[in-house]
Ligand binder design. Structure first.
Ligand code: FPP
Length: 221
């Protein structure tokens, strides 16, 4: 959900106003995901590198995440959305946020219409490191290690690899997002800044995806 800061700057607003405007974008896109019948939707809310931002912005984002969850969890629950978080739960995650995250997960855990995975304090490399640690701790012999073994130690082994990744705000990078899982994902880049992104932009990205020729390393049949 990139471009919040630039969206705010262009309007002479504080960066945090851009994040606040991102909430409406997120809820509209979730509506679009539900309309399309997409079962798995994952957003990148805070990376393992985002702690490097100014203390005030980090503090704002932590409180903002509590607010977003409190404002929207009942509605998402009613719509059949299962909320989950992917990332590290380390000492820097404030206790009140961790509690709010757990409550949202618990409230929505039986829902199956759509799974909303919020990557929070998430890094693709961190996830791979955590999987390798878990593999070593399991005592698996080296000759048994294959793709399936690694996948089974990722944060959500049953989550299908993403078909489509949308990067907003005119940046052409992966930025440590789902590095293992997006090996064969289709990438769509758009100049639209996240606070301006709406379900129509999602539909346009899906149409672009539908025009792609996916070969997964093979040849066309
Ligand atoms: C990146 O824009 C955006 C973020 C670091 C935070 C985005 C988070 C939300 C919209 C809320 C999500 C929360 C939940 C609980 C789902 P940027 O600041 O990097 O923008 P810039 O590149 O223009 O500076």
């Amino acid at each position: 959900m990139d471009g919040n800061g630039r969206w705010a700057k262009a309007r002479g607003l504080a960066r945090t106003e851009g994040h606040a405007a991102g909430e409406e974008a997120l809820m509209d896109v979730i509506e679009g995901v539900l309309e399309l019948g997409i079962k798995w939707f994952t957003v990148y809310a805070f990376s393992t590198e985002n702690w490097r931002r100014p203390v005030d912005e980090v503090r704002f984002l932590m409180n903002f995440n509590v607010g977003i969850l409190n404002r929207n969890r009942d509605y998402l629950n009613k719509r059949g959305v299962r909320i989950r978080f992917a990332g590290r739960r380390d000492w820097r995650v404030p206790r009140h946020l961790a509690k709010t995250m757990d409550e949202a997960v618990d409230m929505t855990k039986s829902n199956r219409t759509m799974t909303l995975t919020i990557c929070f304090n998430y890094g693709g490399r961190a996830e791979i490191i955590d999987a390798v640690k878990a593999l070593v701790e399991s005592g698996m012999p080296a000759e048994k290690i294959n793709e399936r073994a690694i996948t089974s130690h990722m944060y959500y082994p049953e989550m299908p690899d993403p078909d489509l990744v949308i990067r907003t705000s005119g940046e052409y990078r992966i930025s440590n997002f789902l590095l293992w899982e997006l090996a064969y994902s289709e990438l769509v880049f758009t100049d639209v800044l996240w606070p301006d992104f709406r379900r129509d932009n999602l539909y346009a990205a899906v149409r672009e995806f539908q025009g792609r020729d996916r070969r997964f390393g093979g040849l066309d049949q």
